[in-house]
Design a protein. Structure first.
Length: 167
């Protein structure tokens, strides 16, 4: 059932494809200020894809702990700015955002779990539970009513993670 839901999520997300350059790891730790100028680093995984992916990556960045209202305000500012480019379909970005945010959230959880579990890089471990909770909150949106298995899996993962933390 989970594989089916992932397949649906991938198909929906693929429908938002655009030939737009994506950083693919656009998060706070990859944005640096040098001599008063913004620099973006670590972009070797860049690919073409939907413009909403990188903004989703930045806004759900687990390192920043943005409040929901701040996240929404920043998303609106982004849409206003990117809307000044006539070739960019802002409505498509709005429609794609929830799905791309879920994909990015799943990627974050998978990466942090792998890095802390298999690679023993424990720095990433504290960010797993907040990422799971953020994903659970996103999945509560009506948009994801057709993803009951993913909802249950995330809820179960949160319970197991909390139980493991409490020992």
């Amino acid at each position: 059932e989970l594989c089916e839901e992932f397949s649906v999520l991938a198909d929906i997300s693929a429908g938002f494809f655009e030939p737009f350059f994506l950083h693919r790891d656009f998060q706070s730790r990859n944005i640096m200020i040098c001599n008063g100028k913004v620099r973006v680093i670590d972009f070797q995984a860049g690919r073409l894809g939907p413009p909403g992916y990188d903004v989703a990556s930045l806004l759900i960045d687990p390192y920043t702990h943005l409040a929901d209202d701040v996240r929404q305000d920043l998303f609106e500012i982004y849409l206003g700015q990117i809307g000044s480019y006539p070739e960019i379909d802002v409505d498509k970005i709005k429609a794609s955002f929830p799905y791309l945010a879920v994909q990015r959230n799943l990627q974050i959880i998978g990466a942090f779990s792998f890095l802390s579990g298999r690679k023993r890089k424990m720095f990433f471990r504290p960010y797993i539970l907040p990422s799971l909770i953020m994903l659970q909150n996103r999945l509560e949106e009506r948009t994801f009513d057709t993803f009951p298995t993913l909802r249950r899996t995330v809820s179960s993962a949160i319970q197991r993670f909390r139980k493991h933390l409490n020992g």
